[in-house]
Design a protein around this ligand. Structure first.
Ligand SMILES: [Zn+2]
Length: 288
């Protein structure tokens, strides 16, 4: 299995340095990634999360909420969508047969419509809750406008696959090799999950929005920027579960740092380290 790192449209949140901890000031906008993965398996391509897609770029106001457009002002460059980066890498987007979603927030599910034939895997609790459109904030973050692939969705009831490094997990994802697992990490949303991928030298765990800043995974002195602390508080569905999972992820790193690389969706430094290129640059054809 080969794993490629794609940033599928950066967001540029208000608060600058208060959010990302890297920008020069607090009056300019910050920069966060939408860290997705393209996985080459023996017989197909698998996309993990989709960022924002072509239709979001073409019609932001028809697809996304005014509230989040104001707050995080995505950098809508078509070349950064998953489908365009996959083409640029020399692959055929129609070979993307499966998509794994950490959750259904607009900045993770926006590219689904660009892969109309892919089977989409997620936790059942995520679909069930997002479809309810219960609160005002739910209606801003979960956008049914992005869900035209609903007929292709496969959901899983819970972590019934037995333990993975101390976490429950979902194994035997329909049509996918055993090297791919979902690891429920509820809190940010009710059905939020990480995705674990086994490669030649160990495991990758894309922890999605279980945390937002790399310093939250600091084992001695975990910390977060005030802006991202506020954002996570605003978006959380279950605080105890969310903070408990962050502690469990640090515990995982304490015991298994040599075997597992843990990273989240939105941290620029983590993305650039793993991708080996600046976050604003699309992926190029892989060397063979
Ligand atoms: Zn997110």
């Amino acid at each position: 299995m080969r794993i490629h790192h794609l940033n599928c449209i950066s967001t540029c949140p208000l608060g600058g340095r208060l959010m990302d901890g890297r920008s020069d000031g607090i009056l300019e906008r910050g920069s966060l990634t939408c860290h997705c993965l393209l996985v080459e398996t023996a017989d197909s391509l698998v996309l993990v999360d989709t960022g924002m897609g072509l239709r979001d770029v073409a019609d932001p106001r028809g697809r996304l909420s005014g509230f989040f457009l104001m707050l995080v002002s995505p950098d809508f460059r078509e070349e950064m969508t998953a489908v365009r980066q996959i083409e640029r890498m020399g692959f055929d987007p129609r070979d993307v047969r499966h998509i794994l979603l950490t959750h259904l927030d607009f900045d993770h599910a926006g590219g689904l419509d660009d892969f109309p034939h892919a089977t989409v895997h997620m936790m059942g609790a995520e679909r069930d809750y997002a479809e309810q459109q219960k609160t005002w904030l739910d209606r801003q973050r979960f956008r049914p406008q992005q869900w035209n692939t609903r007929g292709q969705w496969r959901t899983y009831p819970g972590g019934t696959g037995g333990p993975w490094m101390g976490f429950d997990c979902v194994r035997d994802l329909e049509g996918l090799p055993p090297e791919l697992l979902m690891v429920p990490l509820p809190g940010h949303t009710h059905g939020h999950a990480g995705v674990a991928l086994r490669h030649a030298a160990g495991w990758h765990l894309l922890a999605g929005d279980a945390y937002f800043h790399e310093h939250e995974m600091d084992l001695r002195n975990p910390s977060c920027t005030p802006g991202l602390r506020f954002y996570q508080w605003m978006m959380e569905k279950d605080r105890d579960a969310r903070l408990g999972n962050q502690e469990r992820l640090r515990e995982l790193l304490r015991g298994h740092r040599d075997e597992v690389t843990v990273f989240c969706s939105h941290d620029v430094a983590e993305f650039e380290r793993l991708a080996g290129r600046p976050a604003g640059v699309p992926a190029t054809p892989p060397a063979h």
